[in-house]
Design a protein around this ligand. Structure first.
Ligand code: ZN
Length: 136
């Protein structure tokens, strides 16, 4: 097995999952807390499962330089929600399935979604859309 170089990781995603209205409310609070504290790109709400994701969620994209602050903060502030954190190396299936980490409940990933997904797809550059106003 080949050793992977760290610079293969271009960015990361955190997928914040929720199940039902109560958890969606919690996810809204968490979303606001993240926006106040971190330079990240917060994606739109997906109220139905999409792609490989088997539960409603939103995505938070962040740079490798933000990992050391953002991920530990999420560990202790995920409020009981399931969170998938995965690298973006351009190998989408592997990034989600084997090279990822979970906070809280570990959910299923729909493997079928990767059949149509080109393994060389490029992730867009991370352009933060949040403006931290609170020091973590
Ligand atoms: Zn993702």
């Amino acid at each position: 097995m080949t050793v992977q170089q760290l610079d293969a990781i271009r960015s990361y995603h955190a997928h914040i999952y929720f199940d039902g209205q109560e958890q969606r409310g919690i996810a809204e609070i968490l979303r606001e807390e993240i926006a106040q504290r971190f330079s990240v790109l917060i994606g739109r709400w997906h109220d139905h499962p999409i792609g490989p994701h088997t539960r409603p969620m939103y995505q938070v994209a962040f740079s490798t330089s933000e990992f050391a602050r953002f991920v530990p903060w999420l560990m202790i502030n995920q409020r009981g929600l399931a969170v998938l954190i995965h690298p973006n190396t351009g190998r989408s299936r592997r990034d989600h399935l084997s090279d990822s980490l979970w906070l809280g409940e570990k959910l299923g990933i729909n493997d079928e979604a990767f059949r149509v997904d080109a393994q060389t797809n490029q992730e867009p550059e991370i352009v933060p859309n949040t403006h931290p106003t609170v020091t973590p």
